[in-house]
Design a binder for this molecule. Sequence first.
Ligand code: UDP
Length: 239
Amino acid sequence: MSNSPAHKRILLKLSGEALMGDDAFGINRATIVRMVEEIAEVTRLGVEVAVVIGGGNIFRGVAGGSVGMDRATADYMGMLATVMNALALADAMDKQGLTARVMSAIGIEQVVEPYVRPKALQYLEEGKVVVFAAGTGNPFFTTDTAAALRGAEIGAELVLKATKVDGVYTADPMKDSTATRYTQLTFDEAMSRNLGIMDATAFALCRDQKLPIRVFSIVKSGALKRVVMGEDEGTLVYA
Ligand code: UDP
């Protein structure tokens, strides 16, 4: 196998839950530090990394909606939650010697700069890690869709969906010991088997743009590096 990375530019989708570690809520600093170490390792290989961060560890619009809040208002709260996560992630990156830039899809310029595509591309070319915050900037969407959208916009070769499980399985591996991992499958196969890898909007966007998704475990040490080196890690979904 070659010693150079298989990908030049990637879009990493981290859910808010990934930042919680074993906590029930919020941001676990040790977890973030460990995740940033994994990201730093792949940037040292020369890979350009953009991150879309979720907010589910703090607030989800659907939760607000379920207790009677206006859904759009609740979704804006969810988007603001992703900004908090983005700030924590970028802070940990800076502390570990990575240069990070947070770009928000909603205007809060005293806190973070707005998303401007050419600027994001420039940062990536300069080797900075770009953290996309506030999802798509629109209620009724998710950060999975933001990952597909930004991934397509910046010309990422791959969307990496980080989960707690190391790929897509035939059944829930926590409940079914006979479950096996798919090493790869097409978008159509994933849809016909109802595997629910990303929400439908995100999935459709990746499929239309022929932007492959790799589902992998962010908990597994070194997995991100193995993915960028093109090794068989997690599950590849392709057109
Ligand atoms: N959100 C939104 N529009 C977007 C992205 C996110 O309204 O484009 C809101 C939505 O309320 C969502 C919350 O932000 O529940 C947090 O995002 P998400 O649930 O995708 O985070 P994750 O599950 O990845 O932690």
